[in-house]
Write a protein that binds this ligand. Structure first.
Ligand SMILES: [Cu+2]
Length: 161
Protein backbone atom coordinates (compact mmCIF):
# COMPACT_ATOMS: atom_id res chain seq x y z
CA UNK A 1 0.00 0.00 0.00
CA UNK A 2 1.30 3.43 -0.87
CA UNK A 3 1.83 5.46 2.32
CA UNK A 4 -0.32 8.30 0.97
CA UNK A 5 -3.39 6.10 0.68
CA UNK A 6 -3.68 5.75 4.45
CA UNK A 7 -4.41 9.43 4.95
CA UNK A 8 -6.15 10.03 1.67
CA UNK A 9 -9.70 9.97 3.02
CA UNK A 10 -9.11 12.43 5.83
CA UNK A 11 -7.02 14.54 3.51
CA UNK A 12 -9.79 14.76 0.99
CA UNK A 13 -12.37 15.79 3.57
CA UNK A 14 -10.27 18.40 5.29
CA UNK A 15 -9.12 20.01 2.07
CA UNK A 16 -12.53 20.15 0.48
CA UNK A 17 -14.17 23.11 2.23
CA UNK A 18 -17.74 22.20 1.27
CA UNK A 19 -17.41 18.59 2.38
CA UNK A 20 -15.62 19.56 5.56
CA UNK A 21 -18.25 22.16 6.39
CA UNK A 22 -21.12 19.77 5.73
CA UNK A 23 -19.47 17.25 7.99
CA UNK A 24 -19.06 19.66 10.87
CA UNK A 25 -22.58 21.02 10.56
CA UNK A 26 -23.93 17.47 10.62
CA UNK A 27 -21.68 16.53 13.51
CA UNK A 28 -22.73 19.55 15.56
CA UNK A 29 -26.40 18.87 14.93
CA UNK A 30 -25.99 15.25 16.00
CA UNK A 31 -24.11 16.30 19.12
CA UNK A 32 -26.87 18.74 20.09
CA UNK A 33 -29.53 16.08 19.59
CA UNK A 34 -27.56 13.55 21.61
CA UNK A 35 -27.18 16.11 24.39
CA UNK A 36 -30.92 16.80 24.36
CA UNK A 37 -31.67 13.10 24.44
CA UNK A 38 -29.44 12.58 27.45
CA UNK A 39 -30.94 15.51 29.30
CA UNK A 40 -34.46 14.24 28.77
CA UNK A 41 -33.47 10.68 29.54
CA UNK A 42 -35.80 7.77 29.03
CA UNK A 43 -38.86 9.96 29.18
CA UNK A 44 -38.23 11.33 25.70
CA UNK A 45 -40.39 8.78 23.92
CA UNK A 46 -43.25 8.70 26.39
CA UNK A 47 -43.51 12.50 26.67
CA UNK A 48 -43.61 13.02 22.93
CA UNK A 49 -47.02 14.67 23.14
CA UNK A 50 -46.06 16.97 25.99
CA UNK A 51 -42.56 18.00 24.99
CA UNK A 52 -41.16 21.42 25.77
CA UNK A 53 -42.55 24.52 24.09
CA UNK A 54 -39.55 24.76 21.84
CA UNK A 55 -39.94 21.19 20.59
CA UNK A 56 -43.66 21.59 20.00
CA UNK A 57 -42.97 24.72 18.02
CA UNK A 58 -40.41 22.90 15.90
CA UNK A 59 -42.78 20.00 15.36
CA UNK A 60 -45.55 22.27 14.10
CA UNK A 61 -43.23 23.94 11.63
CA UNK A 62 -41.36 21.03 10.18
CA UNK A 63 -41.77 17.86 12.18
CA UNK A 64 -39.32 16.11 14.44
CA UNK A 65 -35.79 15.08 13.66
CA UNK A 66 -35.41 11.44 14.66
CA UNK A 67 -31.78 10.41 15.04
CA UNK A 68 -30.94 6.83 14.16
CA UNK A 69 -27.36 5.75 14.73
CA UNK A 70 -25.55 3.23 12.55
CA UNK A 71 -22.74 1.39 14.24
CA UNK A 72 -20.49 -1.64 14.35
CA UNK A 73 -19.30 -3.22 17.58
CA UNK A 74 -18.88 -6.62 19.23
CA UNK A 75 -22.65 -7.15 18.99
CA UNK A 76 -22.64 -6.71 15.22
CA UNK A 77 -23.84 -4.10 12.77
CA UNK A 78 -27.06 -2.32 13.62
CA UNK A 79 -29.26 0.76 13.66
CA UNK A 80 -30.47 2.24 16.94
CA UNK A 81 -33.41 2.37 17.10
CA UNK A 82 -34.34 -0.04 14.34
CA UNK A 83 -38.12 0.13 14.85
CA UNK A 84 -39.26 3.70 14.48
CA UNK A 85 -42.60 5.49 14.69
CA UNK A 86 -42.79 8.70 12.70
CA UNK A 87 -45.28 11.19 11.37
CA UNK A 88 -45.49 12.86 7.98
CA UNK A 89 -43.05 15.79 7.99
CA UNK A 90 -40.56 14.19 10.38
CA UNK A 91 -36.99 13.64 9.30
CA UNK A 92 -35.04 10.45 9.87
CA UNK A 93 -31.41 11.41 10.44
CA UNK A 94 -29.19 8.37 9.98
CA UNK A 95 -25.94 9.17 11.76
CA UNK A 96 -22.75 7.16 11.50
CA UNK A 97 -21.06 6.15 14.73
CA UNK A 98 -18.70 3.33 13.71
CA UNK A 99 -18.18 1.40 10.50
CA UNK A 100 -19.32 1.93 6.92
CA UNK A 101 -23.08 1.85 6.44
CA UNK A 102 -25.82 3.18 4.20
CA UNK A 103 -29.61 3.29 4.13
CA UNK A 104 -31.72 1.69 1.44
CA UNK A 105 -35.53 1.60 1.39
CA UNK A 106 -35.29 -1.47 -0.80
CA UNK A 107 -38.12 -1.41 -3.36
CA UNK A 108 -38.38 -5.22 -3.40
CA UNK A 109 -39.14 -5.18 0.34
CA UNK A 110 -41.56 -2.24 0.06
CA UNK A 111 -43.95 -3.56 -2.54
CA UNK A 112 -46.80 -1.26 -3.44
CA UNK A 113 -45.01 1.80 -2.04
CA UNK A 114 -43.99 4.74 -4.18
CA UNK A 115 -41.85 7.83 -3.77
CA UNK A 116 -39.17 5.98 -1.84
CA UNK A 117 -35.70 7.55 -1.72
CA UNK A 118 -32.89 6.00 -3.72
CA UNK A 119 -30.30 3.93 -1.87
CA UNK A 120 -28.04 6.35 -0.05
CA UNK A 121 -24.32 6.77 -0.44
CA UNK A 122 -22.09 5.05 2.11
CA UNK A 123 -21.48 6.92 5.35
CA UNK A 124 -17.80 6.56 6.14
CA UNK A 125 -16.85 9.24 8.65
CA UNK A 126 -18.21 9.31 12.22
CA UNK A 127 -20.83 12.04 12.51
CA UNK A 128 -21.80 11.94 8.84
CA UNK A 129 -25.55 11.95 8.36
CA UNK A 130 -28.22 11.16 5.81
CA UNK A 131 -31.56 12.89 6.24
CA UNK A 132 -34.64 11.08 4.94
CA UNK A 133 -37.75 13.28 5.09
CA UNK A 134 -40.96 11.36 5.74
CA UNK A 135 -42.68 12.48 2.57
CA UNK A 136 -43.53 9.12 1.04
CA UNK A 137 -46.88 8.52 2.63
CA UNK A 138 -48.27 6.51 5.50
CA UNK A 139 -47.58 2.90 6.22
CA UNK A 140 -44.73 0.73 7.38
CA UNK A 141 -41.53 0.94 5.39
CA UNK A 142 -38.54 -1.38 5.43
CA UNK A 143 -34.97 -0.15 5.27
CA UNK A 144 -31.61 -1.85 5.36
CA UNK A 145 -27.88 -1.28 5.19
CA UNK A 146 -26.83 -2.87 1.91
CA UNK A 147 -23.45 -4.28 3.05
CA UNK A 148 -24.91 -5.67 6.29
CA UNK A 149 -28.53 -6.58 5.49
CA UNK A 150 -27.69 -10.28 5.47
CA UNK A 151 -26.17 -9.80 8.93
CA UNK A 152 -29.40 -8.29 10.22
CA UNK A 153 -28.78 -4.56 9.80
CA UNK A 154 -32.32 -3.56 8.95
CA UNK A 155 -35.31 -1.77 10.39
CA UNK A 156 -38.79 -0.39 9.85
CA UNK A 157 -40.35 3.02 10.09
CA UNK A 158 -44.08 3.21 10.72
CA UNK A 159 -45.48 6.49 9.44
CA UNK A 160 -48.89 7.51 10.74
CA UNK A 161 -50.80 10.69 11.62
CU1 LIG B 1 -24.05 -1.49 7.70
Amino acid sequence: MHPDSIVSQEDRTMHDPIRARRFWIAFSAAAILVTNGCARGDDSKRTEGSASEKEEHEAKEGGRVIVITATTDEKGNYYTPSEIEAHPGDILRFTLVVGVHNVNFLPDSNSGKSGLPAASEMLQLPGQTIDIPMTFGKGTFYFQCDPHAALGMKGHVKVED
